[in-house]
Write a protein that binds this ligand. Structure first.
Ligand code: ADE
Ligand code: ZN
Length: 327
């Protein structure tokens, strides 16, 4: 079997994937034209998928969001995202989406859910892929915006919604701002995860773990700046959903081959690292490619890669019974 075939065939869980970041440049171009969204300088969408940092990236991400309007649009981008996951060897997907970015264009939450769940159904029928949904709160909308976000999520709650996340610009919006929302979400039986330590400091990883009480951190790379926190996260078995290609754009670690790369140091320190894609076409990657990247750059054996994949399934929010049958 080719090396590529091997990476594809390892059964994987995709736990860190943003629906809107999974829209290909060609689908983005078609939806923007169809829905009358003007692109900057009339540039081809491929040229827009290139950024210097997190904020640059988020501007393009918002344009993609603006281009998705009808339930059919949501179904299309969901199916296409899940199809790419299935072809890259994913068995199970937990998918973030960004409600506020569509509400801003007059799209109702019900329309989003209708389209996304239709995409889930089609991907399950075609590929047997199981997917769950994680509405994500955009941190710049603050705590008050977060309360309204949670009200909306709790008011219309199909079984596919298994938790909430927090994303977007990290540094000006420390985790503690969202304590009340996290507590309400947990009390309502939702899982919670938080983007932290991507371009924010180690303190934000600590606050996510100790103040918000979460055991899943999206990215988390700046944990390496605090050895005591690293040890605490190892003891608590905190899951870090890491995305190698993203680090080359949004973080200070832009060389995967460097022994100083944060993901490598997190793995070497025995942290519970799982590997995902974040926004695959927007960062020019796929799930099997992310595995290939860490194999090559960190010198990981096939057996170690299988362990990483199993860690992903184990870290998922699937119920324990289903998880056991899959592992
Ligand atoms: N939304 C989509 N991708 C993101 C990332 N890498 N960081 C913060 N918010 C995001
Ligand atoms: Zn993310």
């Amino acid at each position: 079997m080719s090396l590529e075939g091997f990476f594809r065939r390892i059964p994987k869980a995709e736990l860190h994937l943003h629906l809107e970041g999974a829209v290909s440049a060609s689908t983005f171009a078609e939806l923007a034209a169809q829905n009358g969204v003007a692109l900057p300088d009339g540039k081809p969408t491929e040229d827009l998928y290139s950024y210097g940092n997190l904020l640059d990236f988020l501007k393009v991400y918002d344009l993609v969001c603006a281009s998705v309007r009808s339930a059919d649009d949501f179904s299309r981008i969901t199916f296409e995202a899940l199809e790419r996951c299935a072809l890259g060897g994913a068995r199970y997907v937990e998918l973030f989406f960004s409600p506020h970015a569509h509400l801003a264009h007059g799209v109702t939450y019900s329309t989003m859910l209708e389209g996304i769940l239709d995409g889930f159904r089609r991907a399950r029928e075609r590929y047997g892929l199981v997917a769950k949904l994680i509405p994500a709160h955009a941190k710049p909308l603050g705590a008050e915006g977060g309360e309204r976000f949670l009200d909306m999520v709790l008011a219309e709650r199909p079984a596919e919604i298994i938790g909430i996340g927090f994303d977007y610009d990290e540094r000006p919006n420390p985790p503690g701002m969202f304590l009340g929302i996290v507590e309400r979400a947990k009390a309502a039986g939702l899982n919670v995860t938080n983007h932290a330590g991507e371009d924010g400091p180690a303190d934000y990883v600590r606050d996510t773990v100790d103040l918000l009480g979460l055991r899943r951190v999206d990215h988390g790379y700046h944990v390496v700046d605090d050895p005591a926190l690293m040890e605490r996260c190892r003891e608590l078995d905190v899951v870090f959903t890491c995305c190698p290609s993203t680090t080359l754009v949004t973080t200070v670690w832009r060389d995967l081959a460097s022994p100083d790369h944060a993901i490598r140091r997190m793995m070497d320190a025995g942290l519970n690292v799982t590997i995902h894609t974040d926004d695959p076409p927007m960062f020019g990657t796929t799930l099997d490619r992310e595995y290939a990247l860490i194999a090559k750059n960190f010198g990981l054996s096939p057996a170690r890669l299988k362990e990483v994949a199993l860690a992903g399934l184990a870290a998922s929010w699937l119920d324990p019974e289903t998880k056991r049958t899959w592992m």
